[in-house]
Design a protein around this ligand. Structure first.
Ligand SMILES: [Fe+2]
Length: 71
């Protein structure tokens, strides 16, 4: 639960960072700014997913899922 999402987000961060380097090389500031914005969102997602995985680890999957149903 959440582990596959985390892997996808981490792979996206690697791709975005490579693309940002390419934008710097090509002097494409507009695209770089767009990618940096997306990178920030991906990093926020990673932070949230890591926090959820810590909670699942701490309280157990069953209790975590029952807490999700209450919200
Ligand atoms: Fe994402």
């Amino acid at each position: 639960m959440h582990k596959l999402d985390l892997t996808l987000e981490q792979e996206a961060v690697v791709r975005l960072n490579k693309a940002i380097v390419l934008c710097l090389d090509k002097r494409d500031a507009g695209t770089r700014e767009l990618l940096e914005h997306l990178l920030g969102e991906e990093e926020d997602s990673i932070e949230w997913l890591e926090a959820q995985l810590t909670i699942v680890n701490d309280i157990g999957r069953e209790r975590y899922l029952s807490e999700q149903l209450r919200e």
